[in-house]
Design a protein around this ligand. Structure first.
Ligand SMILES: Cc1cc2nc3c(=O)[nH]c(=O)nc-3n(C[C@H](O)[C@H](O)[C@H](O)COP(=O)(O)OP(=O)(O)OC[C@H]3O[C@@H](n4cnc5c(N)ncnc54)[C@H](O)[C@@H]3O)c2cc1C
Length: 417
């Protein structure tokens, strides 16, 4: 019996929490889920509002987060022995809190995998243990003021002069950039297009680097504008070969998009929980709001959207783990590529589920869902954060196109076998 932790509101938790069996989860996952939930309830939830208002997660909280292993576990892959669905589970537990979760370890989770997957043994030894112990933090710097969807169009240059690269340009919307020590950045070392891009680990406390927090609608503890003005970076910080960095900086997109999808679906469950609890408590026209069929239809449709998307996510994560465990590096890479289109579609689907569900939950909550305090506060916060799901990590328009193209390519390759 996988009696998982959690509240009793319909659709507020994944189905495996309340059902007899699961294809993917076991008692160990259940224990992990409980531990994460207790951690969030004690150390994150009570402070989330304050951090969101300040625009920072406290240093003490970041330290605790890392010491409990969550900084390390957010970086994929940890090891070939990784058990299925360990990626969504930590995310699924933490992401009951909107906004500030972006400030906790999101930068590491996207900035470190290129180091882990493409770094030399020396680079891994230099950078990763400090991240695991919260002595340093990473971010990923791809997007620029004039290059977002078009990653191959980045303009930040890194010119080699002796033992250093001299970096000039700017990066925009960089998650955790404001307090990161290192930025795994896409820089131009060669000609135009993909073939002129390298991946460079830039020290953000170096001379010539300036950082400014950006004011977005939501996820306030996060986005940063970074400028490089003749910033010097040791050539030893180059990941892989010069002009072969495009593949490196985009290599973690599958993992990032699964994380975003998991976050969307967990936040949708928060909307399910808070709107249901409000409906059974609140009285209108002399009876409970829940007594209205039109309200119950909204709550039912919330579940109808979240649970199928969750099932699709679990299937894809399972395949991703199978790919990851393949001992043959070439086959492993092919398997991961085959997942790209499906994961792109999952991310779009989950983001749209969250948009729809947030809307319905706010309707159930009425004015309460538009207020930053009280019973609708979590849903109100989500309504500010939700837009990032359709843009960050690849916009809906770009991913929709990618999903179809990749599937067509995959099927035609299969037909030739
Ligand atoms: C909160 C947040 C956090 C982020 N964190 C990071 C980070 O840590 N690191 C990082 O590098 N980046 C980060 N980003 C940037 C993010 O990846 C980009 O915003 C995203 O890739 C889209 O780029 P853009 O905003 O420049 O939009 P653009 O590329 O300018 O596109 C604008 C609009 O046009 C559409 N569009 C573009 N091209 C086409 C086309 N060919 N056909 C049809 N429609 C098209 C897009 O879908 C979009 O709707 C973050 C963004 C946000 C909002």
């Amino acid at each position: 019996m996988l009696a998982g932790p959690g509240p009793a509101a319909p659709y507020a938790d994944p189905l495996w929490y309340s059902r007899e069996s699961s294809l993917y989860y076991n008692v160990s996952h259940e224990r992990l889920g409980r531990e994460i939930r207790a951690y969030v309830d004690e150390f994150i939830a009570p402070f989330a509002d304050e951090w969101e208002k300040d625009g920072y997660v406290s240093a003490e909280a970041l330290q605790r987060h890392a010491m409990r292993g969550y900084a390390a576990v957010s970086i994929f892959p940890l090891s070939p022995e990784h058990v299925p669905l360990d990626i969504p589970l930590p995310g699924d537990g933490k992401d009951r809190i909107s906004g500030v979760i972006w400030g906790l370890s999101c930068g590491n989770s996207i900035g470190c995998p290129p180091v882990l997957n493409y770094g030399t043994p020396e680079q891994k030894a230099q950078f990763l243990p400090d991240v695991y112990a919260s002595r340093s933090k990473f971010c990923l710097g791809i997007t620029e003021p004039n290059a977002g969807s078009d990653v191959a169009g980045i303009k930040t240059t890194a010119e080699r002069k002796g033992d250093v690269y001299v970096v000039n340009g700017a990066k925009k919307w960089i998650t955790n950039g404001i307090y990161a020590d290192w930025c795994t950045a896409a820089v131009r070392t060669g000609g135009s297009g993909k073939g002129g891009i390298s991946a460079l680990i830039i020290p953000l406390k170096a001379r010539g680097v300036t950082r400014k927090k950006m004011q977005n609608s939501g996820v306030n503890a996060s986005s940063t504008y970074i400028e490089f003005d003749d910033a010097e970076v040791l050539i030893a910080n180059l990941l892989g070969n010069e002009n072969e960095g495009f593949e490196i900086v985009i290599s973690d997109f599958n993992h990032e998009r699964i994380w975003l999808a998991t976050t969307s679906l967990r936040l949708a469950r928060v909307c399910a929980e808070d709107s249901y609890n409000y409906a059974i408590e609140c009285e209108v026209f002399g009876k409970k709001l829940y007594g209205s069929q039109v309200i119950r239809a909204k709550l039912s449709s919330i579940g109808r959207q979240i649970d199928p998307a969750s099932a699709y996510m679990e299937q894809l994560v399972y395949w991703m783990m199978v790919a990851h465990r393949d001992q043959n590096p070439k086959l492993r890479k092919i398997r991961h590529h085959q997942m790209g289109g499906l994961i792109a579609n999952l991310k779009v689907m989950a983001g749209r589920v969250l948009e729809n569900v947030t809307h319905e939950a706010q309707q159930v909550l009425g004015g309460t869902g538009y207020n930053r305090a009280g019973k609708g506060a979590r849903v109100e916060q989500i309504s500010r954060d939700v837009r990032v799901m359709g843009v960050g990590g690849g916009s809906d328009e770009i991913l929709t196109e990618l999903a179809l193209n990749q599937e067509v390519r995959f099927l035609s390759a299969m037909a030739k076998l």
